[in-house]
Design a protein around this ligand. Structure first.
Ligand SMILES: Nc1ncnc2c1ncn2[C@@H]1O[C@H](COP(=O)(O)OP(=O)(O)OP(=O)(O)O)[C@@H](O)[C@H]1O
Length: 527
């Protein structure tokens, strides 16, 4: 049933900033959106939440002209009805902009080039771009945001909070202060806590001027904390329209999104056994020099720190995904050199090392293949070769994983590119979780997945540890680390500055990452 809001705009003199009515979208047999209504007020931060595959990205693509909706829809901005499908110029004139996942920045370009990308003005006669004028235009918008960054520096070298400012500057540059609508589509997912707090300070000041924001996020905590109202989608339909955020909490939002209560995680049990499964000696990679570490059977070891501190590179080097300058990994007594050339990751797979990278979609998805083929790929050669496609074991394994991670649609033969981003992530995680490796290394395992899937992934990782797998998790998410890890290594400038053991809690992990005093603390101290 659709909960269609009949509300009037809070200020009767001003129409809704964005009003979507009767919006549906069908892809072949899939009805991705069904009679969606959405109203965002002037100067409002409006959250949009829903399970993976509920239609959020499809809605954004319709609002930005990527898809045409089914007939019968209307989209109005500040009382002006837009033609459908929306054309880019019309979208820009209406003041609608979007910041995509991971901020959509190009690391090799400068701050001003990123801000102005797609907005360059060529001279009328010369057809040349006036670089100085472009740089000044970027500087003006950064100054307006109260964050005058050095416009000539490369975006790749910026800390996370400044990258977020560049993305916001790009989105607001066409809006006179107090106007327009910015859609943030999972934009904050790669930001750590403090960068995220700065990001929302900037967003809030824009909203106070009158700009409107539609915030799409799987982080329900941030939806509850920062938004004014929230709309909930389930299976393509609006379940709750424009609820005041004061009336909700994470648990009630979860129930609305999933249509069920989520059982909270049981207390973590440790399954650490005595035998080391993997040990690393003298690892030299990125800023890390001469690192030794050991992961035991059944142990879940977390690695965290600020971006650039080295923990990600260590996780990648452990799996052969990144070439280290030196180092040896020993897995169940088998030695692997970590300073090899790239491209020989097969040897790591044969030794029982599995890696689930952060950029799973770029790194691991075979778009034209089905869900079942993608999911069972690592085991096909071991279990009988490609000719045995469709074998019973594949059907069984796929069905079990679809049920375990609630992959939607639950169709083993759907080409994987037709699944939503979050559901593709689930398939790629399932592919390695089903492989029972000796050493399983995961980078940001719950990124981009909904609250229900996060729960299932955490349970699946715990089950792997219970079965004796040694697990390494590289993450900037202290909550995930606290829920999962027996031990957490905190990196700073290439050094392990803290080792938290026992039952490391979220706050202790946050303090260890951000507390500058840790510089002086020696490795081996337990919080
Ligand atoms: N190009 C397409 N062809 C076929 N089906 C599609 C296509 N794009 C999306 N779908 C289907 O439409 C539904 C909505 O997908 P959408 O990507 O909008 O979900 P989402 O809410 O953004 O999910 P996520 O949180 O995982 O990104 C899903 O069932 C998906 O499989």
């Amino acid at each position: 049933m659709n909960a269609v809001s009949q509300a009037r705009p809070p200020d009767p003199a001003r129409p809704w900033r964005l009003e979507v009515a009767g919006l549906s979208k069908t892809f072949g047999p899939t009805r991705a959106l069904s009679d969606v209504h959405l109203q965002v007020a002037h100067g409002e931060l409006h959250g949009l939440v829903g399970q993976n595959g509920c239609g959020k990205s499809t809605l954004v693509k319709i609002l930005t002209g990527g898809y045409s909706p089914d007939p019968g829809a209307s989209v109005t901005v500040d009382g002006l009805r837009l033609d459908l499908p929306i054309r880019p110029l019309q979208q820009r004139a209406a003041g609608v902009s979007v910041v995509h996942q991971n901020l959509g920045l190009v690391d090799d370009l400068t701050v001003w080039e990123n801000v102005r990308l797609g907005h360059y003005r060529a001279g009328r006669l010369s057809r040349r771009i006036n670089r100085r004028a472009e740089q000044q235009a970027a500087e003006r918008v950064l100054a307006r945001l109260g964050r005058p960054l050095e416009a000539g520096q490369k975006v790749g070298s910026l800390p996370a909070q400044d990258r977020a400012v560049v993305a916001i500057a790009r989105a607001v540059q066409d809006h006179p202060p107090g106007s327009g609508l910015i859609i943030f589509d999972e934009s904050t997912r790669a930001l750590g806590r403090s960068a995220r707090a700065r990001f929302f300070q900037t967003v809030r000041s824009l909203v106070e001027e009158g700009t409107s924001v539609l915030l799409i996020s799987h982080q329900l905590e941030e939806i509850v904390e920062v938004t004014d109202r929230v709309t909930v989608l389930r299976d393509g339909a609006v379940i709750e329209a424009g609820l005041s955020t004061r009336e909700v909490n994470e648990a009630s939002l979860t129930r609305m999104m999933l249509g069920r209560h989520l059982v909270t995680h049981s207390r973590r049990e440790s399954h650490v056994q005595d035998q080391p499964v993997a040990s690393v000696r003298d690892l030299v990679v990125a800023a890390v020099t001469g690192l030794d570490l050991e992961v035991r059977r059944g142990e879940v070891l977390g690695m965290t720190g600020l971006i650039g501190s080295g923990f990600v590179e260590v996780a990648e080097a452990l799996t052969g995904a990144r070439t280290a300058r030196a180092g040896t990994l020993s897995v169940q007594g088998r030695d692997l050199a970590l300073d090899r050339r790239r491209g020989s990751t097969k040897e790591f797979v044969r030794a029982g090392v599995a890696f689930v990278p952060e950029r799973r979609l770029e790194a691991g998805v075979a778009g034209e293949l089905t869900v079942s083929d993608n999911l069972t790929l690592p085991r096909v050669s071991r279990r009988g070769g490609r000719l045995r496609i469709g074998a019973a074991w594949q059907a069984e394994e796929t069905a079990a994983m679809i049920a375990k991670l609630d992959i939607r649609p639950p169709d083993p033969y759907a080409p994987i590119h037709t699944l939503s981003g979050g559901n593709q992530q689930k398939v790629l995680l399932a592919k390695w979780l089903a492989d029972a490796p000796h050493l399983l290394v995961l980078h940001e395992p719950t990124q981009a997945v909904d609250v229900g899937a996060r729960h299932d992934i955490i349970e699946a990782i715990r089950a792997a540890a219970r079965d004796g797998c040694a697990v390494v998790i590289a993450s900037i998410d202290p909550t995930d680390l606290a829920v999962l890890c027996d031990r957490v290594l905190v990196f700073r400038d290439g050094q392990v500055t803290r080792e938290l053991s026992g039952d490391p809690e979220t706050d202790a992990i946050v303090r260890a990452v951000f507390d500058d005093d840790t510089r002086s603390q020696r490795r081996g101290q337990v919080d």
